[in-house]
Design a protein around this ligand. Structure first.
Ligand SMILES: NC(=O)c1ccc[n+]([C@@H]2O[C@H](COP(=O)([O-])OP(=O)(O)OC[C@H]3O[C@@H](n4cnc5c(N)ncnc54)[C@H](OP(=O)(O)O)[C@@H]3O)[C@@H](O)[C@H]2O)c1
Length: 550
C-alpha cells in the first residue's frame, strides 16, 4: 500500500528539527584552515628539500632528477590535499551539498601541476653546478625573487581559483569572484613562502633554515586565508537551507524514483515540505521514500502511483491528490523518457511527447485549482536541446516523418518549454518556469547509444555532475522566496536565460494538448475557441493521431 492518508501537518512540524547552524566564526576558521593547510604543505616541502640535500645532494642524472620531480609531485598531493580538505570542512558549513571529493580533486591536481612546473626549470634547465658563475653576483636580489614569486603566485592563483570555481559555481552565487581573488592571494602567499626560503643562507643551522622556511609557509597560508576569505565569507548557497523553508507546503514531483527527481524530492523534504513522489513504479517510489526517511526521519513523504504516459493514470493520481491533500504549492514535472523506436501510447500519443509534455499539461490542468489557490509554482525540467527542437504541430507523433529518438527528444523538450511559456501566460497567479539542470549523470546516459555512452563516461565525464547537484536549480526555483516575478522564464541551471518561446506556437501546442487529453484549461483558448490557424493545426493533429493509431 503506497497511497497513505495524509499525516497532519502539525505532526510533521513538531517532529522536524532544524539543522544546527555551524557558520559562526566562518572567517577565522577559513583563515585557520588555509594557514594549517599551507603549514602542512610547506613544512613537507621544506622537510623534503632538507632531507634530499642532507642525504642525496644535488641530483645529477636525469633519472635522479625525475625522482626528485616525483617527490615534489607527492608534496603537491600532500599540500593540495591538506589545504583543500581543511577548506572543505569550513565551506560545507555554508555549502552543505559540496562533497569532499569534488572540492579536493581539482585543488590537488593544480597543486601537483604547480610543483612540477615550478621545480622543472631548477632541475632540468639550470646550468650544472661546475659551470655556474662563482661569486656573490650569482644570487639574484631578494626583491627580484619576491617580485618573480608574486608574478608566479598570481598565475598559480588564477589556476587554483579557476579549478575551484568550476566546482563552486554549481553550489554558490557569484562564484566567479573566486577566480580573481586568488590572483592577489597567491601572489602574496608565494612571496611570503619565497621570503622564508630565500632569507636563510647556507651557513645557517639546518633547524633554523627549516624554521624560517616553515614560517614563510605559515605567513603565506595566513595571507591566503585572509584574502580569499573576503570572498569565501560572502558565498551564498543557491539553496539556502538555513533560512528557506517549505514547512506546511505540499510539493509533488513526477518521476521521483531515480536521478534528478529523487534528489529534488530529498531537497524539498530537507526544507520541510510534504513531498509526494509521483512514480509509475510505486515499489521504486516506496524505496525512495524509505531512503529519504532513513536520513530525515521527520520528513513527510508519500508515494502516488502515476504513469505520465497514461492519461487515465494521471487522472487517477490527480483525483487522489485533490481528495487527500488540501493544498498543492509546488509541482515539479521531472519525469522524462526517450524511446529508441517510435512508440505510441494507448492514448495515441508519441511516447516521448506523452511523458515529457502532454502528461504534464494534463496533470497541471487537473491540479489547476489547487495550484492557483496556493499561488503555487510549476517547475518543468527541460534541456537546452529545446533550442534545436522542431515542433511539427501537424505531425507531433512522427506519423509522416521518419522517427529519430533525438529529434523526438528535442521536440518534446521544446514542447515542455512551450507548455511553460503558455502556462505562465494563462495563469498569472502561478509561477511557471522551465529549468535546464545542466549535464547530470543519471540513468538517462545509460540508455544512450554505445559511442555516446563511452564519451560521457570518459572524456566528457568532468562536464557532468551528480544528480544531487543537478537538483539544486530545481529546488531553488521551488523554494526561493522571491522568485514569483520570474514566471515564464527559462533557467539555464540557476540563472535566467534569454530564451523566448514563440507565443503562437505555444498556443497551438497547448490547443493540441487539450485535444489529445480532452481536458480544457477553462480560460483563454479552449478547443472550441481555436483561432483559424489553430483549427487547421488541430485537424491535422487529430488526423496525425488517427494515422498513428492505425
Ligand atoms: N540528466 C540530464 O543531463 C538532463 C539534462 C536536461 C534535462 N534533463 C531532464 O531532467 C529530467 C530528469 O532527468 P534524469 O536524468 O534524472 O532522468 P532519469 O534518470 O532517466 O529519470 C527519469 C525519471 O522519469 C521517470 N519516468 C519515465 N517514464 C515515466 C512515466 N511514463 N511515468 C512516470 N515516470 C516516468 C523514470 O521512472 P522509471 O525509473 O520508472 O523509468 C525516472 O524516475 C528529465 O525530464 C530530463 O529530460 C536531464
Amino acid at each position: 500500500m503506497t497511497w497513505a492518508p495524509r499525516r497532519p501537518a502539525a505532526d510533521a512540524l513538531i517532529r522536524w528539527s532544524p539543522r544546527p547552524t555551524a557558520q559562526r566564526f566562518f572567517y577565522p576558521r577559513w583563515i585557520a584552515a588555509c594557514t594549517v593547510g599551507e603549514l602542512v604543505g610547506i613544512g613537507t616541502a621544506t622537510g623534503t628539500t632538507l632531507a634530499l640535500n642532507a642525504w642525496a645532494g644535488e641530483p645529477t642524472t636525469t633519472f635522479a632528477r625525475l625522482g626528485v620531480l616525483a617527490l615534489f609531485a607527492a608534496v603537491g598531493i600532500i599540500e593540495g590535499g591538506a589545504l583543500a580538505s581543511l577548506q572543505w570542512r569550513v565551506l560545507r558549513t555554508r555549502l552543505p551539498r559540496l562533497r569532499a571529493g569534488e572540492w579536493i580533486g581539482p585543488t590537488v591536481a593544480i597543486a601537483v601541476a604547480g610543483w612540477v612546473v615550478g621545480m622543472t626549470p631548477s632541475l632540468f634547465l639550470a646550468p650544472a653546478p661546475d659551470s655556474a658563475p662563482s661569486g656573490p653576483s650569482a644570487e639574484p636580489a631578494l626583491a627580484l625573487v619576491l617580485v618573480l614569486a608574486a608574478v608566479a603566485g598570481a598565475a598559480a592563483g588564477v589556476c587554483f581559483g579557476a579549478a575551484q570555481w568550476f566546482v563552486l559555481r554549481r553550489h554558490a552565487e557569484r562564484a566567479y569572484m573566486w577566480i580573481w581573488i586568488h590572483a592577489p592571494a597567491w601572489a602574496l602567499a608565494l612571496a611570503a613562502i619565497f621570503l622564508g626560503a630565500a632569507v636563510p643562507t647556507a651557513d645557517w643551522p639546518l633547524w633554523a633554515i627549516g624554521a624560517v622556511g616553515v614560517g614563510g609557509g605559515v605567513l603565506g597560508g595566513l595571507l591566503l586565508g585572509v584574502v580569499t576569505g573576503l570572498v569565501a565569507r560572502c558565498l551564498t548557497p543557491w539553496v539556502d537551507e538555513e533560512h528557506w523553508s517549505l514547512r506546511g507546503k505540499v510539493c509533488a514531483v513526477t518521476g521521483a524514483n531515480s536521478g534528478i527527481g529523487q534528489e529534488v524530492a530529498l531537497g524539498l523534504a530537507r526544507l520541510g515540505g510534504s513531498v509526494l513522489l509521483l512514480c509509475r513504479r510505486p515499489a521504486e517510489g516506496e524505496r525512495v521514500r524509505q531512503t529519504i526517511l532513513s536520513s530525515h526521519p521527520a520528513a513527510d513523504v508519500w508515494v502516488v502511483p502515476c504513469d505520465m504516459a497514461d492519461l487515465g493514470s494521471i487522472r487517477r493520481a490527480a483525483a487522489g491528490l485533490v481528495r487527500e491533500w488540501p493544498r498543492l504549492d509546488v509541482l515539479v514535472h521531472n519525469a522524462g523518457a526517450t524511446f529508441p523506436q517510435r512508440t505510441i501510447t494507448a492514448d495515441g500519443v508519441e511516447a516521448t511527447l506523452a511523458v515529457d509534455a502532454v502528461g504534464p499539461c494534463l496533470l497541471t490542468t487537473l491540479l489547476r485549482d489547487r495550484l492557483e489557490a496556493a499561488r503555487g509554482r510549476v517547475i518543468t525540467l527541460t534541456g537546452i536541446y529545446h533550442r534545436r527542437g522542431h515542433v511539427d504541430i501537424a505531425d507531433l507523433h512522427f506519423a509522416h516523418r521518419p522517427y529519430d529518438w533525438l529529434a523526438a527528444n528535442n521536440q518534446a523538450q521544446k514542447c515542455r518549454w512551450l507548455f511553460t511559456s503558455e502556462l505562465a501566460r494563462r495563469a498569472p497567479h502561478l509561477m511557471a518556469a522551465s529549468v535546464h539542470p545542466g549535464a547530470v549523470l543519471t540513468g538517462a546516459q545509460r540508455r544512450l547509444p554505445p559511442l555516446a555512452r563511452l564519451l560521457v563516461y570518459t572524456l566528457a565525464r568532468p562536464g557532468f555532475v551528480r544528480a544531487e547537484v543537478g537538483a539544486i536549480p530545481v529546488v531553488r526555483l521551488a523554494a526561493r522566496p522571491d522568485v514569483a516575478p520570474l514566471t515564464g522564464r527559462f533557467f539555464d541551471r540557476c540563472q535566467p536565460a534569454a530564451d523566448v518561446a514563440d507565443p503562437a506556437l505555444a498556443r497551438m501546442f497547448w490547443a493540441a494538448c487539450e485535444i489529445l487529453t480532452g481536458q480544457s484549461w477553462g480560460s483563454g483558448l479552449s478547443t472550441g475557441q481555436l483561432a483559424q490557424d489553430d483549427e487547421g493545426a488541430a485537424d491535422r493533429l487529430v488526423h496525425g493521431r488517427a494515422h498513428a493509431e492505425s
